[in-house]
Design a protein around this ligand. Structure first.
Ligand code: MRU
Length: 348
């Protein structure tokens, strides 16, 4: 199932808030619809957010071009700003928009708007295609960590639905399963928005990979009873020292894994690294609407007047992480050193 389809004139986004009960695509023929889809988590997962924002930028540039060359630049700055304001934590959003802005800055004075629009479309398609190749490479590197049949636990959804291809954490799991080294996946349901229950369970069932759904508070007991022997999760932002922001609840899973002597791996493309931040303390954590906690869908489950804390992400300190799987290989501690080497390789 494709997370997004670029139709040349518009972007189709699989509406992930409707899964698993309905498969519906949203037609985005302007950047505002793309921005709203990112905000509402209709498209979600760090790499998918980045790719969707790049296509949103193309649509926004086309809308800006209709206002004439003089107004184009100022209008495009508004497009860029509004897309950047959709979600604060996943750095892939800013990485993709930086790529789009760099093309614009480098080419604006050298060509007519029509030619620039074509270049921007090409860049967005490149981001989309690269993500697919990255998923495959990352999956292969990650699968080398599994040399015997293993049951694993994952949190949230870092699968095909969070990317444009086979996924990051689920890409590793898919490859290791194909190699005969995954016996079962335990999927945390991932409150409050249930990405594990709605999306990961759905994706793995579609691929006929054995999956057991658990509520988040069962992970410790599953580990204590030796029902899993590894954890693989995705990431939304990784800082220069190897600290990892990912879906709220990831930190608790990492602490539990350490207590039970279970390796905890993070799988992420290089676009998820933020080399400008030294530690995870600097990562902006998205706070979301209290209704996501007081309700499940439209059903109220808590008193409306209760005070709610609803951070969408947490940060796992690097000391809990046994390896960070990227498309360039598996990084190990000392992360400051291995991430610096990755940065040099990428020339970013
Ligand atoms: O709020 P979400 O659903 O966008 O959060 C997604 C996650 O936390 C994923 O684990 C992360 O983006 C990695 S996706 C390959």
């Amino acid at each position: 199932m494709q997370t997004m389809i670029w139709q040349g004139d518009y972007l189709e986004l699989l509406n992930q808030t409707k899964l698993p009960t309905a498969v519906e695509y949203i037609k985005c023929d302007n950047y505002q619809i793309v921005g709203e889809a990112i905000k509402k988590l209709e498209v979600r997962g760090a790499p998918a957010i980045g790719a969707a924002a790049a296509f949103g930028f193309v649509l926004g540039a086309r809308q800006s071009a209709k206002q004439g060359k003089d107004a184009f630049w100022d209008s495009l700055l508004v497009v860029d700003r509004e897309l950047r304001e959709t979600r604060p934590t996943a750095v892939n959003l800013f990485w993709a928009l930086d790529r789009m802005m760099n093309i614009t800055k480098n080419s604006f004075h050298k060509m007519n708007v029509e030619a620039l629009l074509n270049l921007l479309e090409k860049e967005a398609i490149d981001i989309f295609k690269e993500d697919k190749a990255i998923n495959i490479a990352l999956g292969k590197h990650g699968a080398t960590l599994f040399t015997e049949p293993t049951a694993v636990l994952t949190h949230c959804n870092a699968g095909a639905l969070a990317t444009v291809a086979m996924g990051t954490a689920l890409g590793v799991i898919r490859q290791a399963y194909a190699d005969g080294n995954i016996t079962r996946v335990f999927a945390d349901e991932t409150r409050p928005l249930l990405q594990g229950a709605r999306l990961t369970a759905f994706e793995l069932l579609q691929d006929q990979i054995p999956v057991t759904l658990i509520t988040d508070n069962m992970a410790g007991w599953v580990m204590k009873n030796k029902m899993v022997s590894a954890v693989v999760v995705g990431a939304d932002r990784i800082t220069a020292n190897g600290d990892v922001a990912n879906k709220i609840g990831t930190y608790s899973v990492a602490v539990l894994a350490k207590e039970h002597g279970i390796p905890f791996y993070v799988a992420a493309p290089s676009s998820t690294f933020d080399f400008t931040l030294k530690t995870g303390d600097e990562i902006p954590i998205e706070q979301r609407n209290k209704r996501e906690v007081t309700h499940i869908y439209d059903v109220q489950i808590a008193p409306l007047e209760v005070d709610v804390f609803n951070p969408a992400f947490d940060v796992t300190p690097h000391r809990f992480i046994n390896g960070i799987i990227t498309e360039h290989g598996v990084l190990r501690n000392d992360y400051t050193e291995s991430i610096q080497k990755l940065k040099e390789k990428l020339k970013r």
